[in-house]
Unconditional design. Sequence first.
Length: 360
Amino acid sequence: MTDQGSPSIEIAWFAALCDDDVEQLGVPAPHLVSSYEHCRDIVLTAANQGFDNVLLPSGYDLGIDGTVFAGALAPQIAERMRMLLAVRCGESWPPQLARQLATLDQVLAGGLTINIISSDLPGAPIDSEPRYRRTADVMSVLRRLLDGESVEHHGEFYDLEVDPPRIRTVSGSCPPMYFGGHSEPARRVAAEHADVFLTWPDTEAAVAELVADMDRRADAHGRRLRYGFRCHVIVRETESAARAAAAHLVAAIDAAPDGRATGDRIRSRSLDSGSAGVRRQAELREESGDDGFVEEALWTGVGRARSGAGAAIVGDPDQVVAKLLRYRELGIDTFILSGYPHVDECELVGRHVLPRLRSR
């Protein structure tokens, strides 16, 4: 497990806690629905393959609870792999959340990282601007409490005068906060409060533009950001085999008489289905060619039936590694990868990509 403060590349996998595992998009797979056992197998596979971190996503209508799951799995991977726990702002009272996170970091031997999610809560929608103000409040309060500081905060969403929890993180400071969002208020919050700014798949030119914009914003606060890339991968021994696997993944959508409507229904299940980031993923699909590729090795077909990250790096091992390294040259040092089915693709990425990437 690499040091949390290291600028070296970080390769993470995705644990499908939100019912996001299939063999083909649009085809129910009851044996892959999120459960403790199945998601445990994903996490342990990632640890055994040598990934640095694993993202535990957060949902409500879909899947299982990430915090409970993290507590159950943490002793099995401590000192081998970090956990990137998604925390949905507004779900928990920040002082109690700080105590939970500090406890989990202790169990993980200092291996906790935090993915801050700014999203509507089920049954309680809120406009974008106030939602991001709430997110900024949560991030500010959490950071101070986890840094061991007393907090006096009289704001729009929280009215607090509270000491930090007695239990501290292993380092004595707040774990790195990963946060993403394409909208204007999201970028403002990230520039001021995030440690790692996350983005979904995009063209190399768009990623370069985004990094430059966020560098300027962070610099205005006297801060520096790291950058992360949340993307799917389809890697096979040959390019033709990888493209065939990509075609197989969406074959049921292609064959359905109402394939587009089926994809729309699947995407709409997510609480973030109307976000600026999701709209950008839709634009990528519109910009792609007939084969779904928007540029070399970047295939947009996943987004036809999935909200959120909607593109995949597709190719043989050398093509996938070359694509990741091009993003690395643009400033990305964290890659959160996934693939369908998650255990199988994790093993393929671990076998074909990680050794080549580490050696480079």
